[in-house]
Write a protein that binds this ligand. Structure first.
Ligand SMILES: *Cc1c(COP(=O)(O)O)cnc(C)c1O
Length: 467
């Protein structure tokens, strides 16, 4: 990002001119940082002035379907393509609508963390995961090189496939699995100087496993490597891992963030700066990792976000906090009902004190800007839970087939209650042994409770569980 002597006076004029725009943006950012979570979620950086100056006063962000941006002359083109001035250029690289979403997500994820953040929005959660991890798995020497990374084995099925097949089998990268993510000693025993990062999903889908996030970030940093966490199931309304030292946070925007179920999307949010010993000539790699990803690997690999999907996400994010509060409370009620049900032998929900990961989640999952009357934020555990139906696997299938309100779909994070049987859906590809390691028996039904009246969901489950 130098504006050194190789650029002509015309290019320099554009750089000079862009300083005004950058200062305006900085002022908007500083103002937004003083707002509460809900206010940021509703408005982001799309203020009335921006609407009036740039969008005919429309109260909702514009959707720009155009593939490309035009420039006034060759000097502006040159300045833009060298990333010397703010630009969006081409929708594979950036897009004005997507920028609004990136600003909101960076602000929400950085909210009350004391850290600055940047964000790149991608076509899907999976592409955000692939971009975040692959950037650290690059060769550093000309000769043969051993590379590994350490990850909890309790992962979303797609992430498991990406790590186990795409990275390990196809590229020979060693993946060191941690079977008990709540055991710090196990993480410690897997790390060595060839480890490029630690990876965790918390709460994991569907097991809801959890870890001591602060301790894991500390462990990663003691080896000068980043801690990457997929916090899809928490959303920034319930947990902001950057506050505990996480370097990179991943979200599948497809889930609770875009709860209406109309868009696929992903986000990679990074702390400024991240910890890494991977060498890269571009200073953004360390200083603003998400921006580095957007302007280089994302540009070159092409998992670009759709502007329409960005608008759907923006629209649902406005009510994220109150929605996560509501669906968490609904899920708590349903989980308590199922845990008393005679035909259910196990209920896994972070909000149940009997659940293995409850204590850890209690430390980390809190509804942002809430107050229990004593100045503390209240615990909320999200809307993902699972339960196991007594007897052979057919019993679970029979109950599942009888749902009348709950949708049978490999989906979660919705305002509509949705259930699946992971062993025959999301976790089908990875085989019996991997399912056993991940504790996903065929009796397990994953349920994500929506915004319906929870009593109706309870009645649906009760009739389905009758013989
Ligand atoms: C769904 C999901 C993903 C993948 O996201 P897509 O948007 O479907 O690509 C990643 N992590 C978690 C925890 C998920 O639930």
């Amino acid at each position: 990002m130098s504006d050194g002597p190789m650029y002509g006076p015309g290019v320099k004029r554009y750089i000079e001119e862009s300083k005004k725009l950058l200062a305006q943006r900085q002022a908007l950012l500083e103002r937004a940082k003083k707002y509460k979570f809900d206010t940021i979620a509703v408005h982001g950086l799309y203020s009335p002035e921006v609407a009036l100056d740039q969008n005919q006063g429309a109260i909702v962000e514009p959707v720009y379907f155009a593939t490309s941006q035009a420039y006034r002359d060759s000097d502006e083109l040159e300045a833009a393509l060298a990333y010397l001035i703010p630009t969006w250029c081409y929708t594979r690289i950036a897009n004005p609508t997507t920028y609004y979403l990136q600003d909101v997500l960076a602000l929400l994820e950085g909210y009350k963390t004391g850290a600055d953040t940047s964000c790149v929005v991608t076509a899907s959660g999976m592409s955000a995961i692939a971009l975040a991890t692959d950037a650290f798995l690059v060769k550093q020497k000309s000769g043969p090189e051993k590379i590994n990374f350490v990850s909890s084995v309790q992962l979303y099925g797609g992430t498991f496939q990406n790590f186990n097949v795409r990275k390990r089998q196809e590229r020979g990268i060693e993946v060191r699995w941690v079977l008990n993510p709540d055991n710090l000693e196990e993480w410690k025993s897997r790390v060595d100087e060839d480890t490029r990062f630690l990876y965790m999903e918390a709460p994991s889908n569907p097991q809801q496993s959890f870890a001591d996030i602060k301790a894991l970030a500390g462990l990663a940093h003691s080896w000068e490597i980043p801690f990457i966490i997929d916090a899809t199931c928490a959303t920034p309304a319930l947990m902001r891992p950057v506050a505990y030292g996480a370097d990179v946070v991943i979200h599948s925007l497809t889930k609770s963030i875009t709860a209406g179920g109309l868009a696929i999307g992903g986000a990679l949010i990074s702390r400024k700066p991240i910890v890494t010993k991977v060498k890269n000539d571009n200073p953004l790699f360390k200083e603003s990792f998400a921006e580095y990803i957007q302007f280089l690997p994302y540009r070159d690999q092409g998992p670009s976000a759709s502007p329409m999907n960005a608008l759907f996400a923006l629209n649902d994010i406005r009510t994220l906090r109150s929605r996560m509060d509501l669906v968490s409370q609904n899920c708590q009620k349903v989980a308590e009902f199922l845990s008393r049900h005679p035909r259910v032998y196990q209920v896994d929900y972070l909000g149940l004190s009997s659940f293995r990961f409850h204590k850890l989640a209690k430390r980390y999952m809190k509804l942002v800007d809430s107050d229990d009357g004593k100045g503390n934020e209240v615990n909320r555990y999200g809307h993902l839970m699972s339960f196991r139906v007594d007897g052979p696997a057919e019993n679970a299938r029979k109950a599942f087939d009888k749902f009348k309100i709950i949708f049978r779909a490999t989906d979660l994070g919705r305002v509509k209650s949705v259930a699946t049987i992971p062993a025959i859906s999301t976790h089908q590809q990875q085989g019996e042994e991997a399912r056993r390691l991940a504790d996903i028996p065929p009796q397990l039904i994953r349920l994500c409770v929506g915004a319906e009246d929870p009593d109706d969901i309870i009645a649906d489950l009760d009739q389905a569980l009758k013989d």
